[in-house]
Design a protein around this ligand. Sequence first.
Ligand SMILES: C[S@@+](CC[C@H](N)C(=O)[O-])C[C@H]1O[C@@H](n2cnc3c(N)ncnc32)[C@H](O)[C@@H]1O
Length: 257
Amino acid sequence: MTESKEHTNEHSIDTATGENAPAELSSDRVQKIFTDIAWDYERFNRLSSFGQYVGWLETLIDNSPITSDSRMLDIAGGTGDVSFMACSRKKPKEIILSDYTPAMLEVAQERLDEGENRGVPMELAVVDGQDIPYEDDSFDIITMSYGIRNMPKREQALSEMFRVLKPGGSLCVLEFSTPPNPLMRLGYRLYLRWGIPLWGKFCTGDASGFIYLAKSIKAFPDQEGFAQMLREAGFTDVEWTNVTFGVAAVHIAKKPL
Ligand SMILES: C[S@@+](CC[C@H](N)C(=O)[O-])C[C@H]1O[C@@H](n2cnc3c(N)ncnc32)[C@H](O)[C@@H]1O
């Protein structure tokens, strides 16, 4: 680990609206939400996405250029779905499964204790993706699913991920996005407005986190908008694959050699 760094881009937003706001507003809220739902998180994901969730993760891992030599950092790794799927489908050399919310990592630790890493060396670490405590040029692969949307300092987060990737390394991001088809888009907006909060209340007894989820998805840039943010952070060869009509997308971006 290294000492914390000077950051030149401190721009921050309210992740529920996209409006400028102090970072603490979103950071404190997101940590409370994920602390409260940590043990219900996986069940909710399966139910709310009608089982699509696993297929989206498979697309993330299958599209990511992970090899048996890869040193991988999973940012906002939560309860470990991305990391454990990487273990079963690609077997990288080692993984740091990191997240900002300790309660999410407690669930990941239980899964690690049960052997879901299938022998792949794995370390768990509390890490803020906007201020990554690792050396420059440390990782071949960074994965992040449903992380960047929850970060109020997105430019700083992407620049930190760029910094700790090795030249030639890849950032692989799964995030909710915008269906290009207008009819699908309308249906999806209605589901976000009414369906997600109802499902959330049914699964966890509290709708507030899910109202936030729906708002933050609506406020997040579309596929090209996020690709542009990646280019502005220095990434090249930015490509994306839509899943389920563009409800979500997998972006892969390279740090140039
Ligand atoms: C929707 S969950 C995704 C978890 C996991 N990647 C998955 O696909 O199941 C979002 C995660 O982002 C984490 N998170 C939010 N802000 C973060 C930050 N600044 N740095 C790192 N993780 C953050 C939360 O603690 C939460 O675990």
